[in-house]
Design a protein around this ligand. Structure first.
Ligand SMILES: [Ca+2]
Length: 263
């Protein structure tokens, strides 16, 4: 419920901010008109301030919850807020977040040293993936893969952290493709691939396993390690040409007695 309220509020603020970007200044207007506009802007400023304060309070409320699952959800929400606000750092830089507009190099994220004044570069440094992990997903749309699968997956075989680049662990794994052949028969392939995880972007990348130059990337939000937004993209141009909603697959359902159904 709160999430819904917050989203609506956010949209309101974003809409407001966008509208505010284009003030109705009439250049031909007489100078005498200026004070009216100023009072208009002050009104808008005040309203924006109060909306921002309300959102801040909502986020504080969310942070105040102790249930770990809720904190995880609240964290995911905060990331969405930050995405809406936009990142204002360079391409290879990380935005320290919070109220601090500081930017630090991507290479300094999760390297064991505090580089952001608020220390955010050393938070969220748990790798969302480890050797043996398996993710599967439904293909949402696809305008480039040759097999046009309905389902795709990937599995991670090994994770290595190199001391010089601790923020970019190297991965080995397989891209898994379930498809239906032109003869209507079902097939599946496991294409060995290497790649990396970037802490600065919470992004897992598996480089193109085939000669078509199509790589796989999966965007985590830094909090929820059980799902990521998958993309197939042209490695040269970066153009995204397919999307997959990946979910972690729990292999031995019988061993962990959580509230999943049993057969
Ligand atoms: Ca650091």
């Amino acid at each position: 419920m709160r999430g819904g309220t917050l989203s609506v509020l956010l949209l309101a603020v974003v809409a407001f901010a966008v509208a505010d970007d284009k003030p109705h200044i009439e250049h031909h207007a007489a100078p005498a008109a200026a004070p009216d506009h100023r009072s208009d802007f002050e009104k808008i400023d005040t309203r924006l301030d109060s909306l921002t304060t309300r959102i801040g309070k909502l986020i504080e409320n969310i942070d105040g919850r102790v249930d770990p699952a809720r904190i995880k959800r609240a964290g995911s929400l905060k990331v969405r807020v930050q995405r809406l606000e936009g990142f204002h750092c360079g391409k290879r830089e990380y935005q320290c977040g919070g109220d601090d507009p500081e930017c630090v190099s991507n290479l300094f994220i999760c390297d064991g040293h505090k580089d952001c004044r608020n220390g955010h570069d050393e938070e969220l440094c748990d790798l969302p993936t480890k050797a043996g992990d398996h993710f599967e997903g439904v293909v949402l749309w696809d305008k480039c893969t040759k097999r046009q699968p309905e389902k795709m997956g990937f599995e991670i075989k090994s994770v290595k952290v190199f001391p010089d680049f601790p923020g970019i662990p190297r991965l080995q794994g397989n891209v898994l493709i379930d498809y239906e052949g032109s003869d209507g028969r079902h097939g599946n392939v496991a294409l060995p691939s290497s790649g990396y995880y970037k802490f600065s972007r919470h992004r897992l990348v598996l480089l193109a396993p085939e000669t078509d130059g199509l790589g796989l990337a999966c965007q985590f939000d830094g909090y929820n390690t059980d799902k990521c937004d998958g993309e197939i993209l042209h490695e040269v141009t970066g153009e995204v040409c397919a999307k997959i909603a990946f979910q972690r697959v729990t292999e031995d359902d019988d061993e962990d007695h959580d509230d999943h159904h049993h057969h």
